[in-house]
Design a protein around this ligand. Structure first.
Ligand SMILES: Nc1ncnc2c1ncn2[C@@H]1O[C@H](COP(=O)(O)OP(=O)(O)OP(=O)(O)O)[C@@H](O)[C@H]1O
Length: 684
């Protein structure tokens, strides 16, 4: 039963031998299959002339089948290679009620079966029985099998750290075990890509990952609570549990930007699943608007708001993001329906088609969006002229007819109708175009909503599960559009305290109001930062309920300077010191891109290097990074420096959010600096 560590190591070696044997068997099998394919192809080539159609097809089919078996073997081999590195990370001994013999259950990233003995040696972390590992300590326990609740007792529990097939350590379970391994994991320096947390998933996180009952699941979690990690593990879980009904191509993630997407890109492959498609609200908008409309990006909108925004801009943004605005748009649609279409008599070849007939057809086709009705009305007119007068309308007359019908409606162009909407609203100033006929970002989703109403847009039926990260950054209008475009199940996650645009953000109530049939789960424990950093950030945003993990480090330091030059100098010194530290990454996080640019120039002048992230960046490489709070959202660094924390730089509600986001990116160390007076947000 592998009681001692020595026995565990011996057992590990036996497992590795079996895994290696399986790999060798697959290699043999693939080699044979390859030979079979080549022989079949050669045979086909040689005897092509003597074969009939059916014989040729039979050979091609069998080559296809062997190739498919080959593909399956390759992916199995990939899984075995992963197991060879880390075969398992946990074990528990479960004595099922009514049985006398308990069996050790080893839990790993994948299943592994001894095919000769037909014995499961490693259980996939997503298997029903593996939930015991996450949900229970020693004592009574149960799991839900496909059909029953299976009860029993956990008599032993262990966790292992195995890397490269070598056991680095093993922890025997008592009640605090989870914390021991978790502490070790969290103490580690950051990595360039987000890691899987499969060995240390916490109970409340497990409940979210395995929640299959909720049709839509909304997760509000404090900074660093593992929302993104959990969402990715949930995808892996659903792909495993519902493999007959959902595949990775049918899952879509809406994430804030390409940098973030690159940062999280390793988690699913590490868990043995294919990556899933990722998009952003802007990419999606372009798709829905068929790339025909130019608009400002979200990043630019946020930048404008951080730079003394005019009150009118703030008003335009907040008006256009609320549910009331949508109601107005719906009223406008009713107005267009009732009063917009001005049906008139039409004369074709001296034959009159009365206006009432045209109106009747307009109303009869009300299951079509308005702009899609005109062709139908035209068809009806053609048929009726033939029926009533026995006259067949010519091609030219037909084109003329269509044009006449279209003219009965104020416009058929989305842009014009959108503009008309503001005139109808009695507030034309609410629409302000940017240079080059570019729309403001706040107009993009209202435009899509109007397009949907006027022309109809086909929903993305192929997507069977939609994940929306950073939910707080999307407006009610955006949720309405998403809800119509994606009729599938959704997992929506975010943190209202990390909104980068307070004028258009959505809180939980708004989201729940729009995404009906949703369950909400809250995560309060914060895993990313040390106790000291989490407590510090809680003072910046009062009322945040984050519970810090008991992992201690240095107190955050705030340094004041007499001149900006001195402040920049110290920032550069810190960058030099970082090279000698144990840390893998440092993030210098500014409020605005302009400030980041200033620092970048100073860094280069000093002959130092740093990776600057801006709105055009597409990947995250860790190490030394200079960026803005907006782009740093979702990322994390061993050490964070927040420069320019003065009362002139951080003074508005939007600034406060940025400061909070910047500070919560720090895992182990946080330094802030200012010139002149410290921002009030840091005085407590
Ligand atoms: N159970 C866990 N075991 C180990 N590490 C964990 C666990 N939960 C979270 N973490 C770590 O905490 C950090 C934060 O996780 P993640 O980025 O998923 O949180 P988040 O809630 O999305 O954060 P934010 O909203 O602040 O961007 C990551 O380093 C992640 O690996």
């Amino acid at each position: 039963m592998n009681t001692s560590e020595q026995e565990e190591k011996k057992y590990l070696n036996q497992i590795l031998i079996k895994i290696n044997k399986s790999i060798a068997e697959i290699d043999d099998r693939v080699e044979t299959q390859l030979r079979d394919i080549n022989e079949a192809k050669a045979h086909l080539q040689e005897h092509k002339r003597d074969m009939d159609h059916l014989e040729k097809n039979a050979i091609r089919e069998s080559v296809g089948q062997i190739a498919m078996m080959g593909d399956a073997a390759v992916s199995k081999k990939r899984r075995l290679h992963r197991l060879r590195d880390i075969p398992y990370f946990g074990r528990f001994d479960f004595l099922q009620k009514g049985k006398t013999k308990n069996s050790p259950i080893y839990v790993g990233v994948h299943n592994f079966t001894d095919e000769e003995k037909n014995e499961n040696l490693i259980f996939d972390w997503r298997a029903p029985i593996s939930s015991i590992f996450y949900d229970f300590e020693l004592g009574e326990a149960f799991f839900q099998s496909k059909t029953d609740k299976v009860e029993g007792e956990v008599t032993r529990k262990r966790q292992y750290r195995i890397r490269g097939g070598k056991m680095e350590y093993m922890i025997e379970s008592d009640l605090t075990i989870q914390d021991d391994l978790l502490q070790k994991e969290l103490n580690k320096a950051s990595s360039t890509k987000m890691k899987n947390i499969v060995a240390t998933i916490q109970r409340e996180q497990n409940a979210i990952i395995r929640n299959e009952n909720a049709y839509n699941l909304i997760i509000q979690g404090v900074a660093g609570s593992g929302k993104t990690s959990i969402a990715l593990h949930r995808i892996a879980y659903l792909l495993y549990k519902q493999k007959d009904t959902i595949s990775s191509e049918e899952i879509l993630i809406i994430s804030p930007n390409k940098v973030f997407a690159s940062y999280i890109s390793n988690v699913l492959p590490e868990l043995g699943e294919e990556s899933v498609e990722e998009t952003s609200m802007e990419d999606l908008a372009n798709r829905l608007l068929e790339y025909e409309i130019q608009f400002q990006g979200f990043f630019e909108q946020v930048s404008e708001l951080l730079d003394n925004p005019p009150a009118a801009l703030q008003e335009r943004i907040s008006v256009k993001s609320g549910l009331d605005f949508l109601r107005k748009m719906d009223e406008y649609m009713v107005h267009l329906e009732n009063k917009g279409f001005d049906a008139q008599d039409i004369t074709i070849n001296k034959k009159v088609i009365p206006g009432w007939f045209i109106r009747e057809k307009f109303e009869q086709y009300n299951r079509f969006p308005i702009l899609k009705r005109f062709n139908e009305i035209g068809r009806e007119v053609v048929a009726s002229v033939y029926r009533e007068y026995g006259y067949e309308i010519t091609g030219k007359e037909r084109a003329q007819l269509q044009q006449t019908i279209r003219k009965m409606f104020p416009a058929t162009n989305l842009r014009t109708l959108y503009k008309n909407f503001y005139d109808w609203l009695g507030n034309p100033k609410l629409l302000k175009m940017r240079k080059g006929s570019q729309y403001e970002y706040s107009d993009v989703y209202p435009l899509i909503y109007l397009k949907y109403k006027l022309e109809g847009i086909q929903p993305f039926y192929k997507v069977k599960h939609l994940i929306i990260d950073e939910m707080q950054d999307y407006s009610a209008v955006q949720y309405q559009v998403l809800n119509r475009m994606f009729t599938c199940r959704k997992t929506i996650l975010g943190d209202i305290n990390q909104s980068v645009n307070p004028f258009s953000s959505s809180n939980l109530e708004v989201i729940q109001q729009i995404i009906s049939n949703s369950d909400c789960m809250t995560m309060l424990k914060s895993y990313r930062s040390t106790y000291e950093i989490t407590e510090f950030t809680k003072k910046i945003k009062k009322g945040v309920m984050a519970e810090p993990i008991e992992r201690h480090g240095n107190q955050p330091v705030i340094s004041g300077f007499m001149s900006i030059g001195d402040e920049i100098d110290q920032t550069l010194n810190k960058l030099v010191q970082f090279e000698e530290s144990d840390h893998n990454s440092i993030g210098i996080i500014c409020k605005t891109q302009e400030q980041a640019n200033t620092l970048h120039t100073a860094i280069k002048e000093r002959g130092l290097s740093i990776d600057m992230l801006d709105a055009t960046s597409a990947s995250f490489s860790g190490g030394k990074v200079l960026t803005t709070a907006h782009l740093a959202k979702g990322l994390e660094f061993d050490q964070v420096i927040v420069p320019f924390a003065s009362n002139t730089n951080y003074k508005t509600e939007a600034d406060l959010q940025m400061l909070y986001i910047a500070c919560t990116r720090a895992m182990h160390e946080l330094n802030l600096s200012f010139t002149g007076k410290l921002t009030d947000f840091l005085k407590n």
